[in-house]
Write a protein that binds this ligand. Structure first.
Ligand code: PEP
Length: 255
């Protein structure tokens, strides 16, 4: 049984005070949802403040990016050891915005994932096709290539620590979500790739869906066999919408 994981990706939003206020409101709303993992990825500037606000809770701290080098002349960058020092348990790598806007390659994503694991931080590795790739019928080719490249440096014995986020680019921030069946088709493909590559460890790896996840579509998405949680952008900025997503209703209604 894979434990669902929900992560809030705040992107370049929220000051330290806003971040602390969010956490204060969120924690009571998700009290009692012990069956899922929850992580919050604020901007770097609010990591320390959110770490303090989360202390004593079971919500994990996550970063939105990392540089694979341990230290040195890399102006503006943040090292894995610095994230470990702040208490980050997860870090997002290869988000489509970083791939598209900052030219991140699968090779760079792979080295980030490896560097995070060396610091015992779990990578959330994002993959996903854009609209023209989907329309050309290339979704599985694109996702397969991104997966193979981005996970190339993950040792077999560490595979279960890695989270994959399937995020179709055309669904991110657009309000357009993949239907549960369309998402499952790709998640099933991702699962087979992970098992081929990592063996039994691939069965344990969690695959999040990301792309306009909201309170009104999370239940149907989570009913799919290979959807193990969500990476949430817009709907993670408000405690009430993010908490409703975390407290999704599994099929049959029992939570
Ligand atoms: C994201 O940025 O990872 C994301 C899924 O954003 P949104 O939920 O806003 O589509």
């Amino acid at each position: 049984m894979r434990r669902p994981i929900f992560a809030a990706n705040w992107k370049m939003q929220k000051t330290r005070a806003e971040a602390a206020e969010f956490v204060e409101k969120l924690l009571p709303l998700i009290d009692g949802t012990d069956a899922v993992d929850v992580a919050i990825a604020p901007p770097f500037t609010a990591l320390d403040r959110v770490a303090k606000a989360l202390r004593g809770s079971r919500v994990a701290l996550a970063a939105q990016n990392v540089n694979p080098e341990e230290q040195g002349a890399f102006t503006g960058e943040v090292a894995p050891g610095m994230l470990a020092d702040l208490g980050c348990a997860y870090a997002i790598v290869g988000h489509s915005e970083r791939r598209a806007l900052y030219g991140e390659s699968d090779g760079l994503v792979a080295s980030k994932a490896r560097a995070l694991l060396e610091r015992d931080i779990r990578p959330i590795v994002c993959v996903g096709e854009n609209l023209s790739e989907r329309e050309a019928g290339n979704t599985l080719d694109v996702v397969g290539r991104q997966l193979a490249g981005s996970l190339a440096e993950v040792p077999h014995e560490r595979a279960a620590e890695v989270v994959v986020a399937y995020e179709p680019v055309w669904a991110i921030g657009t309000g357009e979500t993949a239907t549960p069946e369309t998402a499952q088709e790709v998640h099933g493909f991702v699962r087979r790739q992970l098992v081929d590559r990592f063996g039994p460890g691939g069965e344990q790896m969690r695959i999040q869906y990301g792309g306009s996840v909201k309170p009104d579509n999370v239940d149907a998405l989570m009913a799919q066999p290979d959807i193990d949680g969500a990476l949430v952008g817009g709907a993670s900025l408000q405690p009430d919408t993010f908490s409703r997503i975390v407290c999704f209703q599994p099929p049959g209604g029992a939570s």
